[in-house]
Design a binder for this molecule. Structure first.
Ligand SMILES: [Zn+2]
Length: 210
């Protein structure tokens, strides 16, 4: 298995590329920016892109999705509840002082419990609203791996002060949907270092004492 996570764009969104050398297929999660670099890496590895999965429709996570789709033909997957954020892309761009990226409606909606990813490395979609209404995490159970988007960070949680954000809801999402996962689950976060479910259950100040 190929698993590469690297920060892209001015807000350093962690983009993840997962590939299977046997099938020659790959998925990319959160291509927020630097699409040329992502596409070059896929080419270097000789992988065909099967899905572009976006954890939520903030500009730093979705900004490059349409360009990557145009280069590869892969469909873009997003939860329907983030369509209002998608429509606010011009406003999002002005918040962060960037040009408005070209966007389009997703090709498929991500729904809770749906299986996505590669045949040998499937992931279950976990809907975790709170950072945004359509925020999702991806759980690759056999790999003991969680892609958490901006829901859970090392020692922190996603901000809830942007449109669609809700503090009580993100806390509930994390407690009910993420903390029940096995302690050893590796968590690739949307920004910054990776962590584990066990470490966050024990030490995350937003999650302790409940
Ligand atoms: Zn975000």
């Amino acid at each position: 298995m190929i698993l590469e996570t690297f920060p892209v764009g001015p807000l350093a969104c962690n983009c993840t590329l997962m590939g299977d050398q046997e099938s020659g297929e790959a998925i990319v999660i959160d291509p927020g920016d630097e699409v040329g670099r992502i596409h070059r890496r896929l080419t270097e590895l000789g992988l065909n892109l099967k899905q572009i999965i976006v954890t939520h429709a903030h500009i730093d996570h979705i900004g490059g999705a349409l360009r990557l789709k145009k280069l590869t033909g892969a469909p873009v997957l997003l939860n329907e509840d983030d369509l209002p954020l998608l429509k606010m892309m011009g406003q999002q761009a002005s918040w962060v002082g960037q040009a408005t990226p070209e966007i389009a409606p997703p090709d498929q909606y991500l729904t809770d419990g749906q299986t996505v990813g590669l045949e040998r490395y499937p992931a279950k979609v976990i809907h975790t609203p709170g950072h945004s209404q359509g925020s999702v995490c991806l759980h690759f159970a056999p790999l003991k791996l969680l892609i958490a988007g901006d829901t859970l960070f090392e020692g922190s949680i996603g901000r809830t002060d942007l449109p669609g954000g809700n503090f009580d809801q993100i806390i509930e999402s994390i407690h009910s949907r993420l903390l029940p996962l096995p302690d050893e689950t590796r968590v690739l976060t949307g920004h910054g270092p990776e962590t584990t479910i066990g470490a966050e259950r024990r030490t995350n100040p937003f999650l302790c004492g409940r």
